[in-house]
Design a binder for this molecule. Sequence first.
Ligand SMILES: C[S@@+](CC[C@H](N)C(=O)[O-])C[C@H]1O[C@@H](n2cnc3c(N)ncnc32)[C@H](O)[C@@H]1O
Length: 274
Amino acid sequence: MDITLEEFRLLRDFIYERIGVYFEDKKMYFLKTRISNRVAETNSLNAKEYYRFLKFQNSDDELKKLINLVTTNETYFFRDFPQMTSFAEEILPTLVEEKRQKNDRTIRIWSAACSTGDEPYTIAIILKEHLKNLEGWRIEIIATDINTEVLTQCDRGTYIPRAVKDVPADILKKYFSKDGDKFVISDEIKKMVRLKRLNLINSQEVKQIRNIDVLFCRNVLIYFDDKAKKQVVSDFFDILNKGGFVLLGVGESLGRISASFKLARLKKTLVYRK
Ligand SMILES: C[S@@+](CC[C@H](N)C(=O)[O-])C[C@H]1O[C@@H](n2cnc3c(N)ncnc32)[C@H](O)[C@@H]1O
């Protein structure tokens, strides 16, 4: 299938409007290879007809299929190990102490672009390992993504060896079982995580997630342009508890996006606080 620059731009703008992910012109080939099957499967003659199908048939089902194809889902357990260490050794103790002082016995953590679950399950493992003596506390981990395919994989909880390469050996033994050459996350960890499909650039959906203490938003803002980033981050500010933490991916920053957060320098990572 061939695609003209005009067709590419129509589809690019359509995707941007729906999910905030922006493909620059140099990504034309990437988009073309990702959608060529969809063009054929929807019996569209060419990319323009496929665009019309998406836009005017208003097919949520086809939109989901397209989103599943064009999002980048790279992830693995204990990604950015130093940051996860800071989460375990600095953020959690601070949070628990502050909550105790307020007589508040809840902790709500949100993995805002969870992909196949490696990130929220890592968070759950860390909570299990580091939060002892928290009887009577309500601890919630919400994991969301826009891609339905990755959410299904997250629910399955089965991983290839590459996904667990950074998991310490004792943790691997404790929280995973083997199924052939695959690693299966234990039910005890799985049941700590609540999955939901959510589009980060849909303010209404984001604002349904409330009172968050720690927000992991790693390696997703990079796919958005500044306008989309600003909107998402402003919504994050609204749904965080006062003092809530925001953890971004390596090399990501809120610098040019928002002046509302305070930057704190921890031993092994930078973190933003409301
Ligand atoms: C590279 S993965 C990051 C996974 C994980 N946070 C990590 O750092 O390992 C990016 C994820 O963002 C999701 N994503 C992209 N646009 C989104 C949107 N508008 N709303 C929610 N999730 C989105 C993709 O489906 C993908 O799973």
